[in-house]
Write a protein that binds this ligand. Structure first.
Ligand code: IMP
Ligand code: MG
Length: 178
């Protein structure tokens, strides 16, 4: 295929870092069960690799949110698919693809915090600190990246490119049908 996006993080770099993150996460929770709560849709690829890097008892659940159109956050966070289990008493680890303005996670911390989890922590593959509008406590971060729009490894532009096996830089590649 021609015109493949330029890689910011290769598949090898992702694999190496995620292996280490899995160990860091297990070490932080001891032998306790962890409920990994993937934020859809962007985190689905990262989550599937991450859970396989964490030893011991792990559960998986999903929460769908939407705040982006094109390359800009609308700032209005919406739950499009709620978790179908109670979070009460669980060590909940929110798994995100990327933290940009922080608005999504700020909303999620407030919304999920009242459901009485035993603990509530955040794990994100990517962090764009230069774009933050609200401070959010990040417990596990894969990579800090510069202020550039990235695609692939679950991250999309208008729902495309999620299947790219690495994190690439969006440089105006055309979308199908446009
Ligand atoms: P925030 O609420 O601005 O922190 O945005 C978080 C969400 O916006 C992420 O979960 C992504 O779905 C999306 N997002 C932010 N930056 C990018 C990017 O560079 N590429 C693709 N999606 C992004
Ligand atoms: Mg997302």
């Amino acid at each position: 295929m021609s015109d493949q996006p330029r890689a910011l993080l290769t598949a090898d770099a992702l694999r190496e870092r995620i292996t280490v993150m899995g160990r860091e996460i297990r070490a932080a929770y001891g032998d306790d069960p962890i409920l990994c709560l993937g934020i859809l849709k962007g985190s689905f690829v990262f989550l599937s690799d991450l859970v396989r890097a964490i030893d011991g008892p792990v559960q998986v659940a999903f929460l769908g949110v939407s705040s982006y159109e094109g390359t800009e956050s609308t700032g209005h966070v919406r739950i499009t698919h709620d978790v179908n289990v109670s979070l009460r008493g669980f060590h909940v680890l929110i798994v995100e693809d990327i933290v940009d303005t922080g608005l999504t996670l700020d909303y999620l911390l407030r919304t999920l915090g009242v459901r009485e989890p035993r603990s509530l922590k955040i794990c994100t593959l990517l962090d764009k600190p230069s774009r933050r509008k609200v401070a959010v406590p990040l417990d596990f971060v894969g990579f800090q990246i510069p202020d550039t729009f990235v695609i692939g490894y679950g991250l999309d532009l208008d729902e495309y490119y999620r299947n790219l096996p690495y994190v690439g830089i969006y440089e105006g590649q055309p979308l199908p049908g446009r």
